[in-house]
Design a protein around this ligand. Structure first.
Ligand code: MGD
Ligand code: MGD
Ligand code: MO
Length: 752
């Protein structure tokens, strides 16, 4: 039943714990539920397959180090349900296409390789060897390896990712797009340019030492719930917290910590001291204005605001930036941000008072056309006060998938630096191609042309996660072969190429036992901490292979004689893989030793964070002088952001509840400010089509229910992936090529 109620002001607390256990029992039963929940994020246990928020070190650890969403992600994977053979026999590929994503995911784990033969209309079981030969036959038959694409989603372990990119490069292409292209690519691009490393420069400990934490374009209550506990600690230590967001996201407003008694009862902690309800796309203008005000304040009281010594010693471009930012068009700033000058001044005062400021951000910043400029603007503000490379300070992009950052470290990158390839080539006596490959957006464009012949996916749900859904689906269908290594069925398996394979794999929670004994894998979290992950559940079926096993099995058939690569040994003993990673991947030197000593993990070095060393062209952090950009709209138009509910993980829909936003039983809703509804002559509850406008093209999402909601004026919000049909494959962030998923111009057309 569809039910819309008042949005919640609190996140987590008792309802969150109950919700985790309810979902856990339904999928796993009580014994398995206990077994997995107690091992999650603990030493000797497995890393939560949900978000990339770091696990605390021993000092900071709780007995139950997980959140409602992590619990759901685990229950979803560790379910006792299986997709039986008969299911594929009874359903044609056309039937599968009619099953909604939500239902596909609920069918259970897949247990054996399935092949859709050319011309057939059913998937049928196939042996592993035969499956590998099908893939190898297609790949060997291509005119060029560049007609194949090898996608990766961010759950893949370091070991599997390293071997996967090695196989792909030994085969001969850099076509290694990944989910990061659609996620934090803008952060990596901007940070590499201005601080010389694409990774965030804040650890958990540093976060807890901050005096001011600004959370911009991120909804931690839903998407990184354990972050709230650390914000709470920082707040107890005296930090001020500001949320910059078009939505009043619960958790930042009021959060109950289920790990502490006071969180179970009573009021919980109001985390944000100030909420800047910014207009979508207004962040670059906001931080330009903050920089301007900081410079003005320094002029008024020299030596009190700006960290002159840091600027002189460690940065370049300050003069140009200061000159560029001496004048500010306040009228434009107010239009762009939807904020008053007084609000921005209050915000700036918090920067002036703080001696240590962290700025956190996520998709609300990265998935914009001007995302890269916006992030450099944020770094400008940090650099002005020397807020990097010291306790309590720095830029903190909060990554999404649990190992998306590790996958990059392992070389899953279509334009990995030549130095990496040189080391790879030396280590394995191969010759990697040097020409850059396709990223996710370029893959979509090649799919649109119909010129991808083989599409291989290590996890993920490319058809649902990318823009222009119909175009991508047509492109996937025109491939000679699509291959998906997956734990469960999803939409991408149903948009099959002329031939199609589904290769089931072990997940994080599954026990992985090879001839050499039990194996563990490793992951790297959002703050650069690396640790082991060991599954403890009996796998869903005998003979199921790990991702490492699948890559090694395929490589043995596809590239057996290329270079000197002991694929069979790697498949048995993952520590052999880690030895090689240690010799190839930046920061992973002496990998196995460092992993085994200490607390089952270690923190990767970060020159800017640890030593204020900036690996840029002139070894200094860079100020950037950006023009003010924003997203004006014509009358009758709104700016749409596509976002996540509390009951999904990306394209995986756990249920139709968004408890925090008061939506029950449906996802086909669009949130609009009540004053905008009045202006548009629309009413709450009415059903509309959402029509997007880009470059004179229109795209339509049919039948969405209006929800009157306190979002910023001129803005709207709806769920991803249902609204990906509204995104254009040509609408990309400058410099990072990230598909624009926030700030889409739309109009709402009432259905008659
Ligand atoms: N439960 C759960 N956890 C997840 C995921 C999930 O789907 N479910 N996904 C994982 C992944 S891969 C990722 S990348 C992260 C995503 O984590 P988030 O980035 O938090 O995800 P979104 O739901 O896209 O939320 C974007 C936030 O930015 C705000 N926003 C939108 N536009 C703007 C803007 O122009 N300016 C500002 N300042 N704010 C804006 C939105 O209101 C929203 O609060 O979460 C990870 N964790
Ligand atoms: N409109 C819009 N589009 C977006 C976004 C947005 O905010 N708005 N966000 C973007 C972002 S941030 C991201 S990260 C991408 C996500 O894009 P993807 O990473 O491609 O999508 P997911 O939904 O995370 O992938 C889920 C699938 O992964 C498989 N899977 C799960 N666990 C495992 C495992 O352990 N191994 C293997 N091999 N497979 C597994 C399951 O089959 C599951 O169906 O989407 C992007 N697309
Ligand atoms: Mo992401």
């Amino acid at each position: 039943m569809v039910d819309i109620e008042q949005p919640k002001k609190k996140a987590a607390g008792v309802p969150a714990v109950l919700s985790s256990f309810k979902f856990g029992f339904r999928e796993m039963g009580p014994v398995r539920t206990g077994k997995v929940f107690l091992k999650m994020n603990q030493d000797g246990g497995f890393d939560c397959p949900s978000c990339a928020w770091p696990d605390p070190d021993h000092k900071r650890k709780h007995a139950a180090e997980f959140c409602e969403n992590g619990a759901k992600a685990v229950a979803w994977e560790a379910t006792r349900k299986r997709v039986p053979r008969s299911f594929f026999a009874e359903h044609t590929i056309a039937d599968l296409q009619r099953i909604p994503e939500y239902e596909l995911g609920k069918l259970g784990r897949i247990t054996e390789p399935m092949l859709l033969r050319a011309g057939a209309d059913h998937y049928e079981p196939i042996g592993w060897d035969e499956a590998f030969h099908v893939v190898a036959r297609h790949l060997r038959g291509l005119d060029t390896p560049d007609d194949a694409v090898f996608y990766t989603s961010g759950r893949t372990s370091n070991e599997a990712a390293f071997l996967y990119q090695l196989m792909v490069r030994a085969y001969g292409t850099n076509n290694l797009p990944d989910c990061s292209n659609m996620c934090h690519e803008s952060s990596g691009t901007a940070l590499t340019r201005v601080i010389g490393s694409g990774k965030g420069a804040v650890t958990l400990e540093m976060l807890e030492q901050a005096e001011l934490i600004v959370v911009v374009g991120q909804n931690p209550g839903t998407n990184a719930p354990r972050m709230l506990s650390h914000l709470e600690i920082a707040k107890r230590n005296g930090a001020g917290i500001v949320s910059v967001n078009p939505l009043p996201e619960p958790g930042l407003i009021n959060f109950k910590n289920p790990q502490r008694a006071s969180g179970w009862i009573g009021k919980g902690t109001a985390l944000a001291d100030q909420h800047l309800q910014i207009r979508i796309g207004g962040d670059q203008a906001l931080f330009l204005a903050v920089g301007h005000l900081l410079l003005e304040a320094e002029k008024a009281a020299p030596g009190t605001v700006v960290d002159k010594a840091f600027i002189e010693q460690h940065t370049s471009g300050f003069e140009l930036y200061a000159k560029h930012n001496a004048e500010l068009d306040w009228a434009a700033v107010e239009l762009a941000t939807g904020l008053t000058r007084a609000e921005i001044e209050e915000f700036t005062q918090r920067f002036i008072k703080s001696k240590a400021t962290v700025i956190c951000w996520a998709m609300g910043l990265t998935q914009h056309r001007e995302a890269v400029a916006t992030i450099t603007e944020i770094v400008n503000v940090l650099l002005l006060q020397g807020n990097i490379g010291k306790p309590g300070a720095g830029p903190c992009p909060v990554r999404g998938h649990s190992n998306v950052q590790g996958d990059r470290s392992m070389g899953i990158w279509e334009k990995v630096p030549d130095a990496f390839l040189d080391r790879l080539d030396t280590e394995f006596a191969i010759t990697s191609p040097r020409e850059h490959g396709l990223d996710a957006a370029a893959t979509v464009q090649r799919l649109r042309e119909g010129s991808v012949r083989v599409f291989f996916a290590m996890g993920g749900n490319f058809a649902a996660a990318t823009p222009d859904t119909a175009v991508v689906e047509r492109g996937l269908r025109s491939c000679d072969l699509t291959v998906h290594v997956s734990t469960k069925l999803n939409r991408s398996h149903t948009v099959a190429g002329r031939e199609a394979l589904i290769l089931p794999t072990l997940g994080r929670t599954d026990h992985d036992h090879t001839a050499a004994g039990p194996q563990s894998v490793t992951v790297e979290d959002s703050q650069g901490a690396v640790h082991l992950s060991t599954g403890n559940l009996i796998p869903p079926a005998a003979g199921l292979k790990s991702e490492v096993g699948i890559v090694c099995g395929l490589a043995t058939v596809l590239v057996p004689d290329v270079g000197e690569i002991p694929w069979a040994d790697f498949a048995e003993d993952y520590s052999l893989v880690r030895q090689r990673i240690g010799r190839v991947c930046d920061g992973y030197e002496d990998f196995e030793d460092r992993l085994r000593s200490g607390e089952g993990g270690f923190l990767l070095a970060h020159a800017a964070r640890d030593r204020r060393e900036f690996r840029t062209s002139d070894a200094r952090a860079q100020f950037s002088a950006n023009e003010l950009t924003w997203l004006p709209t014509e009358s009758g138009r709104l700016l749409l952001q596509t976002m996540r509910s509390h009951d999904q993980f990306n394209t995986t829909i756990y249920g139709l509840e968004d408890r925090y936003r008061g939506v029950h039983g449906t996802r086909e809703v669009v949130f609009v400010n009540p004053l905008d509804l009045d202006d548009l002559g629309l009413v709450d509850g009415q059903v509309v089509d959402i029509v997007s406008e880009f470059n004179g093209e229109e795209r339509r999402a049919v039948g969405f229910r209006l929800v009157s909601y306190p979002t910023a004026r001129g803005c709207a919000a709806a769920y991803y992936p249902e609204t990906n049909v509204l995104m254009s494959a040509d609408d990309l962030a400058k410099g990072s090529n990230t598909p624009v998923a926030k700030g889409i111009t739309i109009r709402l057309e009432p259905q008659s």
